[in-house]
Design a protein around this ligand. Structure first.
Ligand code: MV4
Length: 464
């Protein structure tokens, strides 16, 4: 059995803890890399070894390739887990890891680069026969090409940055005049945000669902679609709640979606845990959007309905072990829902709240999992994202999962910072949510209805 000697955990917060737990389960020693601001973090406390990688500013610690690589080398690690965010989808890090003999726990630098270019990813998926929205053939260089592409695919269209992703820097144009106005705006925004002004055009779908497929692929020719997640509940491209399986998804559509994901992952030459994002329209048509070449925040909902441990699987695959399973056993069992608890004030346009956690009481009981780095006395650092942890529940069906999530949220006590826990309970009490009538316009419309944060618009048209 292939095994790593020691793994560097190049991340923080709940995901550092999640990876540390996976290392424990695999009996692999781990080193937690931490910034000055995370010296007192739970991952550092629980780890048998930790290494400071620099000051609080992420640019000088968690996103500094020299800091991360030297930490791996001085601590004698032969593998590195990047978590999500920070350098998780940085092809340079994957490349340098390989050059210095440290296994990057993720796909190859080549695959990260290929999927990181959204126009290139479209090409790969088109050639593989994965459904796509009609769009430009690669990037559009100028207004002439943009208008020609828009004419062919039909308005409304969306202009997207090839180096974008996650919805950043999208612009919608409903006619030639808007396209003429938006194209230079989109290009210059892309240039300043990503140092790459290339954009492409796609037919714009109004209020689609966001359904993504978890894949696992090893180095021995096995590629599986593990299951889908509905992540339609988002605000300004931040996910609020995720669930598996996707509610109200017809079996035929689901089977075809999972087959498309396997085809796409194989065509990309993908190896590791990854996710293909699709948009789903009201008629059950789905279209590839982008591929995330990392473990995702919401991976636990898939774990709870499949019984798999995606992080240990990802680590074993990186070590070269074959990963094989009986595809007939991939039918989801029951229903799982995750909410992301953040230190934000939902009644004040989700303004961030920083401070010290005075009291922390985690929920428990049947079907409840908490992935969180909180403890009483923990100081939430102002330097990073506001995620305090995730509550993930399992139920025999969606109704039971919703009830258990409400119970868990009601039990949760966090004082010292404002959290989104009561906001999540309002969503669970919503009748459209109860029916599984979810789509990407749900949260903005919900906020309007609740008279919470009338500016909580997550529709594309602005840059984040
Ligand atoms: C779209 C779209 C409509 N039509 N593309 C935003 C995130 C990125 N992964 C893709 N995004 C979208 N792409 C076309 N052609 C609408 C969105 C979108 C969205 C997608 C998923 C979840 C929430 C969203 C919120 C607004 C817009």
């Amino acid at each position: 059995m292939a095994q790593f000697r020691k793994i560097l955990i190049a991340n923080r917060g709940e995901i550092a803890l999640r990876v540390l737990r996976a290392c424990r389960d695999l009996n692999i020693p781990a080193v937690v890399a931490y910034s000055d601001a995370d010296r007192d973090s739970l991952a550092v406390r629980l780890a048998s070894e930790a290494v400071c990688i620099g000051p609080a500013a992420a640019s000088r610690s968690y996103t500094s390739i020299p800091a991360i690589i030297s930490a791996a080398l001085v601590t004698g690690c032969d593998a590195l887990h990047p978590g999500y965010g920070f350098l998780a989808e940085n092809a340079y890090l994957a490349d340098i890891c390989q050059q210095v003999g440290v296994t990057f726990i993720g796909p190859s630098a080549e695959v990260i680069t290929k999927m990181g270019n959204k126009a290139e990813a479209r090409r790969v998926m088109r050639d593989a026969g994965v459904p796509l929205l009609p769009g430009s053939e690669g990037i559009v260089q100028n207004l002439g090409e943009a208008r020609q592409a828009a004419k062919r695919v039909g308005y409304p269209v969306v202009i997207k940055a090839v180096a974008g992703g996650g919805g950043r820097g999208m612009r919608v144009a409903r006619n030639d005049a808007e396209l003429t106005r938006m194209l230079p705006v989109a290009q210059s925004e892309a240039e300043s945000a990503f140092a790459n002004g290339d954009v492409y055009i796609e037919r714009y779908l109004d209020h689609p669902r966001h359904v993504e497929v978890q894949v696992l692929a090893d180095n021995h020719g096995h590629t599986y679609a593990i299951g889908e997640r509905d992540c339609s509940l988002q605000r300004r491209h931040q996910k609020i709640l995720e669930e598996a399986p996707a509610p109200n998804l017809n079996k035929k559509v689901r089977d075809s979606l999972l087959r498309a994901a396997v085809k796409g992952a194989k065509a990309a030459g993908y190896r590791s845990a990854g996710t293909l994002e699709f948009l789903l329209d009201r008629d059950g048509h789905f279209y590839f959007m982008e591929m995330n070449t990392r473990i995702q925040v919401e991976h636990p909902v898939t774990e709870l309905v499949t019984g798999l441990d995606l992080v240990t699987a990802q680590i074993k695959i990186a070590a070269g072990e074959p990963f094989q399973l009986d595809e007939r056993k991939l039918e989801p069992y029951g229903h799982a829902i995750e909410v992301r608890l953040t230190a934000e004030d939902a009644t004040n346009d989700f303004s961030p709240s920083v401070g010290t956690i005075e009291t922390y009481l985690a929920p428990g009981g049947p079907g409840v999992r908490v992935d969180s780095h909180l403890y009483a006395g923990y100081k939430v650092p102002p330097h990073y994202d506001s995620l305090l942890g995730k509550i993930i529940v399992w139920g025999r069906d969606r109704t039971e999962a919703i009830a258990r999530l409400d119970r868990a949220l009601a039990e949760t006590i966090i004082t010292g910072v404002t959290t989104t826990a009561s906001f999540h309970r309002l969503i669970l009490a919503d009748s459209a949510f109860a029916k599984g009538e979810v789509h990407t316009g749900f949260i903005p419309e919900f906020l309007e209805r609740q008279l919470l944060s009338p500016r909580g618009d997550s529709s594309p048209g602005t840059i984040d």
